[in-house]
Write a protein that binds this ligand. Structure first.
Ligand code: SF4
Length: 333
């Protein structure tokens, strides 16, 4: 037997981790112990916590649009939009308001309840933010929740987005504090935490998660989840991404993560952040339906819907509808 805990040991453990309480004092030992549980016990605990706060058949559906693609000066090692890497992604200008609203209307017709707008910036310039604010107002007027991911924000910029009606701001921690320097050098972990604080202080819901399969070790997944779960408030939305390897980025050609370890990460996120919506995010295109089903069983209750995630492929709508139908899942109200 490896480091995982035997069932008899598990049943003797205190069960405070499945009482669904909101905690911000998760120790690495506790999070590590969750990852090490026998898989059926981990899934049982995650599903138990999930049902305290959510309808287990309901899945929140978001659509993500790249409103400004490529040419980003940052060096995130997984990202095809960085100028540092030759990936064939061409730098484009910020989309027009009309084009964004047409995409949002189409997403709504296809069943999305939230429309996320992503721009490949280190941080937005104020003149660009004016245009994004118009997009937020327009998307909201269509009856959709709004989300944006634009890079680092100042406090006044966060307040302007809030005034425009932005519901969510996405800014991921990506990985553990220890592994972060292997993935990004052009901004610090603290820069990310500072932006998250400004978003929270402005009264915008936080969408914050990370990516697994980037060559990190098990201890980094522990560190990432512990950091997320110990933020001053749990992010309302926690996207867990499986790395999509893109030719030309430094992470292309690395070993693939065991899908069971991905499912474990979802389950531990669910247990440690009981009221957060946990999004099964990038990487679904190459994931089997069975792995996705396990992710839903582990407490994932959100997906991105639509054939593209910024610049990388995502399952077609037909495949997702078939999967939801086979699993008896319904869009979250
Ligand atoms: S992840 Fe975002 S910040 Fe990093 S290189 Fe890509 S677009 Fe830029």
């Amino acid at each position: 037997m490896d480091q995982r805990t035997s069932t008899s040991t598990v049943s003797a453990r205190p069960r405070h981790d499945i009482d669904g309480a909101i905690r911000h004092d998760w120790t690495h030992d506790e999070v590590r112990a969750l990852f090490a549980l026998p898989f059926p016990e981990l899934i049982f605990r995650a599903q138990s916590v999930h049902r305290m706060h959510f309808d287990p058949a309901a899945v929140q559906i978001s659509t993500l649009l790249s409103i400004k693609t490529g040419g980003c000066p940052e060096d995130c090692a997984y990202c095809p939009q960085s100028v540092k890497y030759e990936t064939g992604v061409k730098a484009e200008k910020l989309m027009s308001l009309d084009a964004v609203l047409a995409e949002a209307a189409a997403a709504k017709r296809a069943g999305a309840s939230r429309f996320c707008m992503g721009a490949a910036w280190r941080e937005p310039k104020d003149r660009d933010l004016d245009r994004v604010c118009e997009m937020v107002e327009g998307v909201r007027a269509l009856g959709l929740e709004t989300c944006a991911t634009l890079g680092m924000l100042t406090a006044p910029q966060a307040q302007r987005l809030k005034a425009a009606g932005l519901d969510y701001y996405n800014h991921n921690l990506d990985t553990s504090p220890d592994y972060y320097g292997s993935i990004i050098t052009t901004r610090s972990y603290q820069d990310r935490l500072d932006t998250l604080g400004r978003v929270r202080d402005a009264g915008i819901h936080v969408c914050c998660g990370g990516i697994v399969g980037m060559g990190e070790g098990p201890e980094d997944r522990v560190g990432m989840i512990a950091t997320l779960a110990n933020l001053p408030a749990h992010p309302e939305s926690v996207p867990i991404n499986m790395l999509v390897q893109v030719e030309g980025t430094p992470l292309a050609g690395g070993g693939a993560l065991d899908p069971i370890d991905f499912v474990r990460t979802i389950a531990v996120a669910r247990i440690t952040m009981p009221k957060s919506v946990v999004r099964l995010s990038a990487g679904r295109e190459d994931m089997s339906d069975e792995t996705q089903a396990l992710c839903f069983l582990a407490g994932a209750n959100s997906i991105f819907y639509g054939p593209k995630l910024l610049t990388t492929p995502n399952p077609g709508r037909d495949r997702d509808l078939r999967l939801m139908d086979r699993l008896g899942l319904v869009p979250m109200e």
